[in-house]
Design a protein around this ligand. Structure first.
Ligand code: DX5
Ligand code: ZN
Length: 219
């Protein structure tokens, strides 16, 4: 699945920008609070409005402190998937259960420097694992191939039947990097600048999808 990130879109025209990527699978919505990351974006009211402006499932990526309190609210306003950071959460399992109880998929995200092994057990409570392939906070950064072993580990756990979740990658995903992520086992690809920086965002999505499919078939 391809999930364009509206972080790279024109925030004054979000409805039209969502329409421009109607061939996407999810619409990725980066929520930043200027505390967990050094950048500020948008919150619940914007997600609520986006929900009415598009039929695309909203993939909310919360880069915020106190996700235990806030994450279920994003499910309540209609997000399809709500992902929060394990580094910020006090009780990730209770938060995942609250998100699911509010009707959304629950996602857990790890920054590049956060190992996955300590969380393999609790990931049974989640639908999505978001492996950050850049330091969270900004679009347009370079892909970090050194985090791909975490994608491989997660994919192996899924193949072995220990976990059942989407393995999502976020940061620096572009035509030149998506194959490596797909070969490692990712199946959801967030792309901000590679989609919204393209002449034709719809065509950019299709090109990414074709490249990812070919790489998956090879692996
Ligand atoms: C970064 C965000 C990403 C960002 C990706 O903290 O989580 O979703 O939009 O942007 P690109 O694809 O430009 O790296
Ligand atoms: Zn993101």
């Amino acid at each position: 699945m391809i999930a364009p990130s509206i972080l790279s879109a024109d925030f004054a025209r979000l409805g039209e920008e969502a329409e421009a990527v109607s061939n996407a699978d999810w619409l990725h919505v980066d929520v930043m609070d200027a505390h967990f990351v050094p950048n500020l974006t948008l919150g619940l009211p914007v997600v609520e409005s986006l929900r009415r402006a598009t039929d695309l499932p909203l993939d909310c990526h919360l880069m915020i402190d106190d996700p235990d309190h806030w994450a279920p609210r994003y499910a309540e306003v209609g997000a399809a998937n709500v992902t929060f950071h394990v580094e910020a959460a006090h009780d990730p399992v209770a938060t995942a259960r609250a998100i699911r109880a509010a009707g959304a998929l629950a996602g857990l995200s790890v920054k590049p420097g956060t190992p996955l092994e300590p969380y393999l057990e609790i990931l049974r409570e989640f639908d999505t694992l978001l492996v950050m392939t850049v330091e969270p906070g900004f679009g347009g950064q370079s892909f970090m191939p050194e985090v791909l072993p975490k994608v491989r580990l997660a994919r192996n756990e899924v193949r072995a039947g220990h976990l059942r979740l989407f393995v999502e990658v976020d940061g620096g995903i572009a035509p030149e990097t998506i194959a490596a992520a797909a070969e490692a086992g990712a199946d959801v690809f967030v792309a901000g600048s590679a989609v919204y920086g393209a002449e034709d965002p719809g065509k950019a999505i299709e090109a990414l999808r074709v490249t990812a499919r070919a790489a998956m078939a090879r692996s």
